[in-house]
Structure formats: C-alpha cells, structure tokens
Design a protein around this ligand. Sequence first.
Ligand code: SAM
Length: 326
Amino acid sequence: MHKVLIPLLTCPVCHGELRKQIMKEDPTHIIDGEFTCTKCKQKYPVIDQIGVFIETKEPIDESWKKLEDFKKRFQKEHPIQYFLLTKTFLGNIKAEHHFFKGLLLEDDRILERATRRIYSKDYVIGYEKTKKALWEVDTDNFPVILEIACGRGTFFKQFIRSRQGSEVYVATDFSLSVLQSDLRWLRKNGLSEQVTLMAFDAKAMPFRDSSVSAMVSNVGFPNIRNGDDAVNEAFRTLTPDGILVTNFMFTSEQTRNYAKAKELGLDQFYIRKSTEEVFRKAGFEVDLHELYRGEVRPTPGGIDGLPIVPDTYSFCVLKARKPAIA
Ligand SMILES: C[S@@+](CC[C@H](N)C(=O)[O-])C[C@H]1O[C@@H](n2cnc3c(N)ncnc32)[C@H](O)[C@@H]1O
C-alpha cells in the first residue's frame, strides 16, 4: 500500500484515528503491517501490499471468492474436463465455456475473445467507448486517483501502461480474493509499483472527509447493493472541487428488463433519471453524456443477470463534481 495514503486514512467504522505498525516496507510502500483504530480498537491489516479495511458488520457477498473456490474444485474434481478445456484446442466451444476457460487460465486474451462472442457488437462498442472516456478525463494535478469496485481490473489493466502522471492509482474492491488475483496479474506484467490495491466497502471508505481528489469507477455503482450510500460516501470523501467519473448502461422504464431489475433491486442505476437524482441528492454537480446507443442481448449461460430480453441501451459517462464550497 502506497505510503502517500497514510495521512488520508481513518477508521471506516467510527472515523477514529489510526495507529500504524509496519512489519515490512520498502521506501514507498507498506508491504506487511497493521492499522489499529485508537477509538473502536478495530484492526486493519496490510497483507502482501494490500490494505484490508473491511468493515465487518455487513456480510460481504464474496462472489469472487466463490469463483476462486469453484475453479480449484473444478480442477480437482473434473480433471478430464479441466484438461480438455484448458490444454486442448476445442474448435466449436460454446461462448460461455470459452469465457470460463479464460477465467480458469486467468488469460485476458481468451477472455477478450470470449467477450466478443458473448456480447452484441453494439455492446462491445458502447462499453469500450465509455471505458476510454473515463480514462481520458483530465485527472492531472490530482495526487491520488481512487478506483471504486475495480473487480478483475478490466478497466485499469487496459490502460495503466499509458498513464504518464505521477499520481498514485489506487484500485479498490470489497473482495480481497479479486484483489489478490489482480496482484498476481500486476506482478506477472511488472506493474505492481503502478497500482496500489485496497480492500474496503465503497459504503464505508477508510478515508477522512474531503481527502481524495479524484475517483473513477467502471460500471461499479450498478453492482453495489444500495449504491446510493456509496455515492454519498464518495461525496463525503472527495475534496471540494474533486471529481468522480463513472459509466452506466441505461434502459428505459417501459422495458421488461427494467421490471426485472426492479425485482432484483438493481433498478436505481439502470435508468438515467434515478441515476442523476441519486448523484444530485448527494450534493454533486452532474454532467451526464450519452456516448453511444445500440442493441444488446441476453448473455449465454446467465453470465450477466441483465438484460433478460433484447434491448436498446444508452451507454453514458457521468462526471460528478463536488462543489468547491459544499
Ligand atoms: C463487475 S465489477 C465492475 C467491473 C470492474 N470495475 C472492472 O473494470 O473490471 C463489480 C465489482 O463490484 C464489487 N462490489 C460490489 N459491492 C461492493 C461494495 N459495497 N464495495 C466495494 N466493491 C463492491 C464486486 O466485488 C465486483 O468486483
């Protein structure tokens, strides 16, 4: 964990001061250590470079951990299928198995090819456009950029090599297992110095009020349950004049997909109106742009829960600014 972050930190549970203990470090990073809250006594370890600031009251939906466990079990319990899938060339492999093969091998090229089969052409174009736009937002002069809900790092892995600035890039997620797989990738590609990884709940960030100048999230908010709390938390944590940029894929209210999203409790960031409302209500100045509109279809093998029927999506980028005088 980059040492630049130390003065910004606070206890994510009670916002008390943290006392640090460093077991292993290099000139710029804490490698192993522990932070202890002087008020509520909660402990937060730094394990192999990853700061773990998990607020433990709410159970974490560890889908990534389940996937890691499943990958290990699959290899042990189905050695022949594992061999066939990973070590042989299967000509007419189904798109969802192609994707699973990429996950098993942690091979981004396979995953990219599978992605092109799973999603519609418009989806791939629209999504790529919004990702690129997020990366191109001018974040010069921001000492720290925090990525919220980074998952497998589809976003930062694509762009991190092109980053020229001296800012510290912090990729965060509440799943420690996904961050550990991101760390494996960063080490394999000689990029572990370029990204600091931190585990925390986006609804309880371990940062002081008005301490972080820029945040980015690649389709993170629609994946956070009660995501409006994460928007409020981002507002608290950002410096005045700080920005948050993120992307969305919107449907419209009359669709079956929207009805399904409501059933699943995923409707808040699935339409433009309520998304803008959430950010405005938190106090942000909002600038929301459609970059692309195109046809989407359900993914095979239930890879994504939505859409359930073909639809037209609006691919948007949202730039939210915390007013200079809040
Ligand atoms: C599908 S990923 C988003 C894509 C990702 N940003 C990328 O570029 O690859 C959604 C992520 O949100 C994370 N997540 C869900 N709820 C969260 C929360 N409350 N706090 C932090 N991360 C959360 C999940 O663990 C998952 O990794």
